[in-house]
Design a binder for this molecule. Structure first.
Ligand code: ADP
Length: 249
């Protein structure tokens, strides 16, 4: 018998009761106050919430870029909160993808070299077919020999997305990926993330403060004061905007 959960896809990343505190005593801040969530294969999730609600901390903990105070994060079958530093670095490189607000490209490398970087660090060259698919889908064919300084912000972010996807990560984490882009370049990046989910069954988890960006996702998780306070399936910009207005009081 197939359960509805299996039909909906296996969770590839699971947070279980995550707590993240910063500081001690009277100065302690609880950035995450017990967050549980599942992210399924081929699902695009946006994380939203007022400033300071814990969005970035949540993403960083899920992606193994920050340590948790308690709780667990599973990527596939691995509890990443129990891994040592070297194992965690390897897991991030081999199984996760990252896109940040600042494009984080290496300035002395060409677009092609930047795209190939993560795979090469892992000792693997991506198959040429997959490289070509991504480069063409992102419209980067004519830019491969350019260095970051010779590209627009939108082009640089598309290079960063290509780099993140080339290793076929189990989860692509994006922290405000359109935060430094004009709306047209932002829409191109978001449209491609949507394509990556629909056409390649990629899993995307994206922090954003922009309702229009969140509307590209399959669902939105809303955070407030370090807790998940709501979820919206099939979000539209207007619905997300209305929920955010309520949360911001
Ligand atoms: P958001 O991304 O929703 O704006 P953050 O995850 O950045 O929220 O922050 C959540 C809370 O944790 C905030 O109160 C913030 O000040 C605090 N915080 C985040 N990072 C640190 C840190 N490194 N040291 C101390 N406090 C932090």
């Amino acid at each position: 018998m197939t359960t509805s959960r299996e039909q909906a896809g296996v969770p590839v990343a699971v947070a279980n009761d995550l707590v993240r505190s910063y500081g001690h005593g009277q100065n302690a801040v609880q950035a995450l106050a017990g967050v549980s969530a599942e992210f399924r294969r081929g699902q695009f999730t946006a994380i939203m919430g007022p400033s300071g609600s814990g969005k970035s901390t949540f993403l960083q903990c899920m992606a193994g870029l920050d340590t948790v105070t308690s709780g667990t994060v599973r990527i596939g079958e691995v509890d990443i909160t129990s891994l040592g530093r070297t194992e965690l670095t390897r897991l991030r490189r081999d199984r996760l993808g990252f896109v940040f607000q600042s494009f984080n490209l290496l300035p002395m490398l060409t677009a092609e070299e930047n795209i190939q970087l993560t795979g090469r660090l892992g000792g693997r060259d991506a198959d040429a077919g997959w490289f070509d698919t991504i480069v063409d889908a992102l419209g980067l064919r004519g830019r491969l020999r350019h260095r970051p300084a010779e590209m627009s912000g939108g082009q640089q972010q598309r290079v960063a997305v290509a780099r993140a996807l080339l290793t076929r990560p189990e989860v692509l984490f994006a922290d405000e990926p359109t935060g430094n882009l004009d709306s047209r370049s932002g829409a191109e990046v978001l449209g491609f993330l949507r394509t990556a989910v629909d056409s390649y069954r990629q899993t995307v988890v994206m922090v954003t403060h922009d309702p229009a960006a969140a509307a590209y996702a399959d669902r939105v998780l809303f955070l407030a004061d370090g807790r998940i306070v709501g979820e919206l399936a099939e979000p539209t910009s207007d619905l997300v905007h209305a929920r955010m207005r309520k949360l911001e009081g």
